[in-house]
Design a protein. Structure first.
Length: 172
């Protein structure tokens, strides 16, 4: 049963192609279905310092961004993309772009760890900045929450979402 009290604001999800961002994309779609709204999948790219060295380099980050989004949505949903899924590529700082997008979002969903940074951290710099500075609620999806392909279809959000947050693990 669909909720007819939708705010019209999308679920915004940061996608960098990492396993946790693919899980975040799946979770975002679960939330969107439960809240009768859509998903805006946002991939953020930046020109790297070596791109301005004066050397001719065949790197097209804007074109590559579309490829990352296509591969991530295919990994999350296969060929059956959800209705209303919007794929957006933007240039800039990932944390700033996602924070700005959160101004008009119902919720912001991010993976706990992306492709950059230090291995072993519980929370990456982008997800940490989003959790602290977003203009809407933020769901951080940890990669230990495994979803099997197709798991998102027909499952109740209550049974498939777990509450996780970066913090100390329970001692045993």
């Amino acid at each position: 049963m669909m909720d007819t009290n939708s705010t019209g604001r999308p679920i915004v999800v940061g996608v960098d192609g990492s396993p946790s961002s693919i899980l975040a994309l799946q979770r975002a779609q679960q939330l969107a279905t439960a809240l009768s709204t859509t998903v805006d999948a946002i991939h953020v790219w930046q020109y790297q310092p070596y791109m301005d060295t004066g050397y001719v380099v065949e790197v097209e980050p804007a074109k590559n961004a579309g490829k990352v989004l296509a591969e991530a949505t295919a990994a999350a949903f296969g060929t059956d993309l959800p209705a209303g899924l919007k794929q957006v590529a933007r240039q800039g700082s990932a944390a700033k772009v996602l924070r700005d997008a959160s101004q008009n979002a119902e919720i912001l969903v991010v993976g706990s760890r992306g492709h950059g940074g230090f291995v072993g951290l519980l929370l990456g710099s982008v997800s940490s900045q989003c959790a602290e500075h977003a203009h809407c609620p933020v769901l951080v999806v940890h990669s230990r929450d495994h979803l099997q392909p197709g798991h998102h279809r027909g499952d109740s959000i209550a049974s498939s979402l777990s509450t996780t947050w970066a913090g100390p693990k329970n001692s045993r």
